[in-house]
Unconditional design. Structure first.
Lengths: 234, 483
């Protein structure tokens, strides 16, 4: 575990039992200027959180000593560090479970390194964003949380309170996948059921028709199939 | 009754005889009595005809031979007439009886033959064990006026395989049935083995072993004739034969499907080994040349690396398709249905295909008020992505794809149309088959699995998928999903 601290670089913790994956990630991330530490199992990963103090974690779910979800829980007990799941498990239940447990994003293996970087950037941009910067910009979309204004190409958009609440929540979690459950919980303070799912879909659909240039090909609010939605963060 | 009839006939003849006795000779009168005996034997059988013969002699003697009204005979010549009358009467009666019996036997035999023929005919035309048994039971019931069931052995217990379940309802019947099965001999009613039973049990032998027992409950408590028993045995043999034939047909079918599967496996292996090895060769070739050639310039390195990357993507595709196919095949496809907007479904498929579709103009036509459908979102986007991917691969000059959704009756149709090279009409039906690749002059890469995976997924949703040709060139794939 490299203990040398370079004050200004972003620190990455890679948790994976596959040597080839660790190697490839650590080479790629190092060459982009990240300081990288590796962990081969859950125990090492949990230790590394306090010892290495990473700025983000790339976590595999299939670990030899304990399940990745357990590791996720343990880390979340005392740290808010961004966690990106990297797993071969591609079932929606696995994704939803990990995201609901507090993972920031979920990528299935195999993946392109570009995809990983773009997710990483989005996650980091959100966490590194200073709290008192209430303005969000992504392409033509402009949201000012302090003034409660939403603009597309400098044109004001009128939103209903619920639509605004959803957009606000997504802005605050920009780049991150919000599961259906999380959205319903935090916007309506209800548990998901058939009706709430429907309500969420309708609200998202209305929101899209207001802010998306072509609502049949959404650019801002991206559907994460069967899992939730993500606000594109560029 | 028959005796009475013959006596009445005698009285009538005697009455006519008394009128005619003066006009015709007595010997001819005797002929009339012979006629009576013959008729009696034909119509009413042996006993009455014998009685008729004896009575004829007596009546003839009493009424017509002088001295009248006495059994004494004046002219001894008449004794010859009596004797002849009696002998001729009995001989003729026994002959006619024999003829009658033969006719009856022939009639019975014909009925039996017909019954057997009818059954064999039906057996040949019947497919499936259940229907076969039912049909056989029907025939036995009709032919023998009986109630019938077929029993088979199941863990040392005889169970009704077909027919009424209450036919064997007593302990005695159960033991008779078991005896018949164990000994391979008829048992039960009207036999030596457990004759107290109500039902007649006949074992059904196949070539190698005992198949089961035929239980026949005759409605009339009259013993069946020897021939009827024989016919029943023939029936049992026919059942055994039919059963074996059925089993053989099943085995044949299984062997056939096994052969088909083997053939498919060969195709599969050939296809897979080619599809897997090609990208692997490219990857390892590119990478090894970079590793070995230390003087390689940056541009060449980049080209080689790009090739390796592209090929690995292709391989990832293939592995994905194979896994999907395996899931569809194994029936392990888990469908997590949830309501979804068709618009969202199409939108996120297009989004996920963004890179592949970058050179294409995409038209999306979805009515505003289209109802939601209940589908597995991930699997359905997989279907749409596969179809879009095909559309891209088969487009040449006009890079245009039209995605539309519309309501048709109880279904929502999603159609994806391209302006590519189209599918030959003869191939339209087959493109959804596994490993089916339309023969093209140039090689299009593809596993031949994509559309069959689509079909598997769509059908798991109880939907339908079909391919059509676009009027001005191109292909339309139409998915019809039930609401």
């Amino acid at each position: 575990m490299p203990q040398t601290k370079t004050q200004n670089t972003i620190r990455a913790l890679i948790v994976d039992d596959e040597k080839s994956i660790r190697k490839f990630l650590s080479v790629s991330l190092s060459s982009r200027g990240y300081t990288v530490s590796e962990a081969v199992n859950g125990k090492q990963a949990i230790e590394a959180i306090s010892l290495f103090r990473p700025d983000f974690v790339i976590l595999d779910l299939g670990l030899p000593d304990m399940d990745g979800n357990k590791v996720l829980e343990e880390i979340r007990n005392h740290s808010n560090v961004p966690i990106i799941i990297l797993s071969v498990r591609d079932r929606q239940e696995d994704k939803i479970k990990a995201l609901d447990k507090g993972a920031d994003d979920y990528l299935t293996k195999p993946f392109g390194i570009e995809e990983l970087y773009s997710r990483l950037k989005a996650v980091l941009r959100r966490t590194l964003r200073i709290e008192d910067e209430p303005v969000f910009k992504s392409g033509k979309l402009y949201v000012d949380l302090a003034k409660r204004t939403v603009k597309i190409c400098a044109r004001n958009i009128e939103l209903t309170p619920t639509e605004y609440d959803i957009l606000k929540l997504m802005v605050m979690n920009a780049g991150r996948v919000m599961t259906h459950r999380q959205l319903i919980k935090q916007v309506w303070n209800k548990n998901p059921d058939e009706y709430m799912d429907h309500l969420l879909r309708v609200t998202i659909s209305n929101l899209r028709s207001k802010i998306e240039p072509d609502s049949s090909k959404p650019e801002f609010i991206i559907t994460e199939p069967a899992v939730g939605y993500r606000l594109q963060n560029e | 009754m028959n005796y009475l009839k013959s006596i009445i006939l005698l009285i009538i003849v005697s009455f006519f005889g008394s009128i005619l006795q003066h006009t015709i000779a007595h010997t001819n009168l005797a002929m009339l009595y012979i006629l009576v005996v013959v008729i009696t034997s034909i119509l009413w059988g042996k006993g009455p005809s014998l009685v008729a013969a004896i009575l004829s002699v007596l009546i003839f003697d009493f009424f017509f031979v002088p001295p009248h009204f006495s059994l004494t005979v004046a002219d001894t010549e008449y004794l010859i007439t009596f004797g002849t009358l009696f002998i001729v009467g009995t001989v003729i009666s026994s002959l006619t009886l024999k003829a009658r019996k033969q006719a009856e036997t022939a009639k019975n035999r014909e009925a039996h033959t017909r019954a057997l023929y009818n059954m064999s005919k039906d057996i040949v035309q019947t497919i499936g064990q259940e229907t076969l048994f039912k049909m056989v039971i029907n025939h036995v019931n009709k032919t023998f006026d009986a109630e019938t069931a077929i029993f088979v052995n199941n863990n040392d217990k005889m169970i009704v395989k077909s027919g009424p379940h209450d036919i064997m309802n007593t302990e005695t019947d159960a033991s008779a049935l078991m005896e018949s099965f164990k000994n391979g001999k008829p048992a039960g009613w009207n036999t030596n083995l457990v004759p107290e039973a109500n039902v007649y049990y006949l074992p059904i032998h196949t070539t190698n072993n005992m198949f089961g027992v035929l239980g026949v409950k005759f409605n009339k408590k009259k013993s069946p004739t020897h021939e009827q028993y024989r016919l029943l045995e023939t029936f049992a043999n026919q059942i055994a034969l039919a059963f074996e034939r059925n089993k053989l047909a099943d085995a044949e079918q299984q062997a056939n499907s096994l052969r088909e599967r083997e053939k498919l496996h060969t195709v599969f292996l050939n296809s897979i080994s080619h599809d897997m090895k090609t990208p692997l060769a490219a990857i390892s070739g590119s990478l090894s040349s970079i590793l070995n050639d230390t003087n390689m310039d940056e541009t060449s390195k980049k080209i080689l690396l790009e090739t390796a990357y592209e090929e690995s993507t292709r391989m990832n595709h293939l592995v994905g398709d194979l896994l999907d196919m395996a899931r569809v095949e194994a029936g392990a496809l888990q469908i997590n249905k949830n309501y979804a907007e068709v618009k969202d479904l199409i939108g996120s498929s297009l989004k996920q295909m963004e890179k592949t579709l970058k050179d294409f103009t995409i038209f999306v036509k979805i009515p505003y008020d289209l109802p939601e459908i209940s589908v597995d979102f991930i699997l359905m986007t997989k279907v749409l992505k596969n179809i879009l991917d095909n559309a891209v691969k088969h487009s040449q000059n006009i890079k245009e794809i039209i995605v539309s959704a519309y309501l048709t009756g109880n279904c929502i149709d999603i159609s994806i149309a391209d302006r590519g090279i189209g599918i030959p009409t003869d191939d339209l039906e087959h493109v959804f088959n596994k490993f089916y690749r339309v023969k093209r002059p140039t090689n299009y890469d593809g596993t031949g699995l994509g559309l069959s995976v689509c079909k598997g997924i769509v059908e798991a949703h109880k939907g339908k998928i079909r391919a059509e040709n676009f009027d001005n060139g191109g292909t339309i794939i139409i998915i019809s999903m039930p609401l």
